[in-house]
Write a protein that binds this ligand. Structure first.
Ligand code: HEM
Length: 174
């Protein structure tokens, strides 16, 4: 079987970026957590994790992303999610759609301002047999810092806790 990317039009690789996604072009790349990400939550022991963020496009007016987390010592795969980031034409409004290996599917919406993207959950769906506590709200901030590193901060509210930070990670371009 041919690799799927070989089904893209030949002779023009990589595909030209859609001007629609230019306001988000600072997110593009393969990024590795450095230092390891930091996990927190009132109900959890603080933890560290490694994460690869792969943010790409195939010439469509959207970005594709995958975030893959690993245990820092054992390198066992942990949280994973992938999806798409879309911009509303002629505005700075952004929609973020993600499917997570934990059985959550979510839509977040917000705004990009310069090299900062702030989004908050608009809808969250979960599998019927998800364990409690359930996630009720998610907010994220992505930004490119002054050192050219990408940062992601995730906060969440659950059925037992108000909106509180769960993750903070700085990524260096691979
Ligand atoms: C626990 C949600 C991303 C690692 C949890 C809990 C929830 C949750 C609801 C249970 C909290 C409690 O018991 O009170 C999410 C959501 C994420 C996310 C919505 C993404 C938007 C991540 C990532 C990691 C991670 C990237 C990195 C490894 C953990 C760990 C725990 C945890 C280690 C505690 C043990 C466990 O329950 O597996 N998360 N999480 N999470 N999360 Fe996340």
């Amino acid at each position: 079987l041919p690799h799927l990317s070989s089904l893209l039009p030949p002779g023009r690789e990589p595909p030209r970026m859609s001007p629609m996604v230019e306001p988000l072009s600072w997110m593009l790349g393969t990024w590795l957590s450095e230092p390891p990400g930091a996990g927190t939550f009132p109900t959890l022991q603080p933890f560290r994790y490694l994460e690869e963020a792969h943010i790409s496009h195939v010439g469509q007016p959207m970005l594709n992303f995958s975030f893959s987390a690993f245990h820092p010592d054992t390198r066992k795969p942990m949280h994973r999610e992938c999806g798409f980031i879309r911009l509303q034409p002629d505005t700075n409004k952004v929609a973020f759609v993600s499917a997570q290996n934990t059985g959550i599917v979510e839509v977040e919406e917000g705004e990009v301002n310069g090299q900062e993207l702030c989004i908050a959950s608009h809808s969250i769906a979960r599998i019927s047999f998800a364990k409690e506590p359930h996630v009720e709200q998610i907010t994220r901030k992505f930004r490119l810092n002054s050192e050219g590193k990408l940062e992601q901060t995730v906060s969440m509210a659950t059925t037992t806790q108000p909106l509180t930070q769960h993750l903070h990670v700085t990524y260096k371009k691979d």
